[in-house]
Design a protein around this ligand. Sequence first.
Ligand SMILES: NC(=O)c1ccc[n+]([C@@H]2O[C@H](COP(=O)([O-])OP(=O)(O)OC[C@H]3O[C@@H](n4cnc5c(N)ncnc54)[C@H](O)[C@@H]3O)[C@@H](O)[C@H]2O)c1
Length: 372
Amino acid sequence: MNMKSNDTAADIVQQDLEHIRASAAEELAQLAGRRLLITGGAGFLGYYLVQTITHFNATRSAGRPVDLTVFDNFSRGIPSWLRGLGSKLNLVRHDVRHPLPADMGHFDFIIHAASIASPTIYRLDPIGTMDANVNGLRALLEYFKGQKEAGRPVGGFLFYSSSEIYGDPDAANIPTPESYRGCVSCTGPRACYDEAKRYGETLCVNFARQHGLPVKSARPFNNYGPGLRITDGRVIPDFARDVLAGRDIVMLSDGRATRTFCYSADAVAGYYKVLVRGRAGEAYNIGVEKPEISMAQLGEKITALGADLYGYRGKVVRKSSGDADYLVDNPNRRCPIIDKARRELGYEPKIDLDEGLRRSMVWYGDNREGMA
Ligand SMILES: NC(=O)c1ccc[n+]([C@@H]2O[C@H](COP(=O)([O-])OP(=O)(O)OC[C@H]3O[C@@H](n4cnc5c(N)ncnc54)[C@H](O)[C@@H]3O)[C@@H](O)[C@H]2O)c1
């Protein structure tokens, strides 16, 4: 389907990068002239984590660029946007489940984002998912500790945990604060991810306490936006794919589960705040508090946007997934309290759901790679 919008995907990305730069200006200034490692930088959140830095280097670094290295195993190939950044960063094929390269040098800041996040995909390799979040994290923490012991500066370490560490919270704990301990299955089909993230946080807290390291965790709540591949298997790209293919939107549930969705440009500003300003040994919810909407309502919104932007005429239909585990342990509701990040980091998401979905749908119009 062809698009009816004044913005192109490239315009959206530029607006988003400016938004992140303005929202995290102080934190990015702290990274100037320092060495930053991002693992998993070829993924969805990597899309803006990485481009925030190359954008900052090109526009605001005043001769002190951030020296950026990305580690990724490129299990789904090197995305064209990353290949296109060429000499602006150091791109290293490395699987975090394996020992770190001996010659990796010193990094002042580390972001560990390498882990498949899509339930549909991580369930295909549950042990690999655990290894990236537990063994991969452990190797990076040991490396960071070694840097401190060698007298090198250690600015900050950010571990990507997840809202999934709360499991399926009881009603009294929704919206969910960081102090909630969770309601999680340790053996269900999602446990490889949820429990690995929980153990990962335990590692982070104890490296912070026992070794005095500035290690922090972020708990993302349903991020979406540019960079999230249309084939990723998460709900928004699934619906976008149906719209762009001009067929009915297929909902693989009864549509009643609710989520709050946080646009990636807001979230990425939050992640840089956690990295630089978060307190050692602390975890921060990064998401939005409202609106909490059902998957049925999300389907309606995307149908209406599809009609506006692409002249879409389809509707939402319900089917069962061919994957028997698709909905097992799927939380009924998910909604964060973000007061801690607001208060301690100055995190304040600004792009509301309607605008974020509009930007995403425009972006998908130009980014249909792999779509069937
Ligand atoms: N996007 C969200 O809403 C969300 C929510 C909760 C948690 N998270 C966490 O944030 C982080 C990034 O999420 P995302 O949405 O960008 O995921 P993604 O799946 O889009 O990207 C992950 C990247 O990590 C790489 N990777 C995976 N395993 C690896 C390994 N063993 N070695 C090296 N690279 C590896 C992949 O190739 C990919 O490029 C993940 O840790 C995820 O668990 C994301």
